[in-house]
Design a protein around this ligand. Structure first.
Ligand code: DX5
Ligand code: ZN
Length: 224
């Protein structure tokens, strides 16, 4: 599996979302952070914006739901055009049922873990998922410092994926930059969300290519 770079539009100019999405065409997915001011102390965007964004770019949408009651809301994001939907296990009432519903509606099902949430209790759920997201900051804001203490969890998650012979992807999100991406890749991540490291750069598309190059170099797996 090639390494994938998913720019997070949380760090983009929200008044120019269509242009900002186009500025990173060539990225694998566009990461869209949905926050409800309850699950996290910040408020971003919802279904109508996702729907418009989907029409404005060819890049598939990777929706990261940092919201309460994802069991209720996730299907609407698929209908709005999301190709991948990530819910937080801390917020989901019935994660297995929800993952199955996401897949049944035709999107990739993904589950996220906050920094203090261990992977081990969820080992048996992994076959239900297309991606596992290990948060490398406390969710809620872009531009935070990468939590190095998450590297062992990334490693343990990769080991569990291999143990079960699964094809699923392992995503990291938070503080991923040219300084930290190699450590994540070496630990076993293969999908990298980057907000400020991409949109804070003079040339976002170039920043995506540079991050991809570093991730590939770290694992010796040049892209497809
Ligand atoms: C944080 C979000 C991230 C955020 C990452 O809660 O989930 O996707 O945009 O931003 P950076 O890359 O700047 O840490
Ligand atoms: Zn995110």
């Amino acid at each position: 599996m090639a390494q994938q770079i998913n720019p997070s539009i949380l760090s983009a100019d929200f008044a120019r979302l269509a242009d900002e999405a186009k500025a990173v065409e060539g990225a694998d997915w566009l990461h869209v952070d949905v926050m409800d001011n309850h699950f996290v102390p910040n408020l971003t965007l919802g279904v109508p914006v996702v729907e418009s964004l989907g029409k404005a770019t060819e890049t598939p949408l990777d929706c990261h739901l940092m919201i309460e009651d994802p069991d209720r809301w996730a299907p609407q994001y698929i209908e709005a055009g999301a190709g991948s939907v990530t819910f937080h296990v801390e917020a989901a009432a019935a994660p297995v049922r929800l993952a199955r519903e996401i897949r049944a509606k035709g999107a990739r099902a993904s589950m996220a873990l906050k920094p203090a949430t261990p992977i081990e209790p969820y080992e048996d759920l992994l076959p239900e998922l297309d991606m596992l997201l290990v948060m490398t900051v406390e969710p809620g804001f872009g531009g935070q410092a990468f939590l190095d203490i998450m590297l062992p969890k990334i490693r343990r998650t990769r080991q569990l994926i291999e143990k079960h012979g699964l094809e699923m992807w392992l995503q990291v999100d938070g503080g991923v930059s040219a300084e930290t991406i190699e450590r994540c890749a070496e630990a076993g991540a293969d999908v990298f969300v980057a907000g400020s490291a991409v949109y804070g750069a003079d040339d976002p598309a170039k920043a995506v290519r540079a991050l991809r190059h570093l991730a590939e170099k770290a694992t010796g797996t040049p892209g497809s």
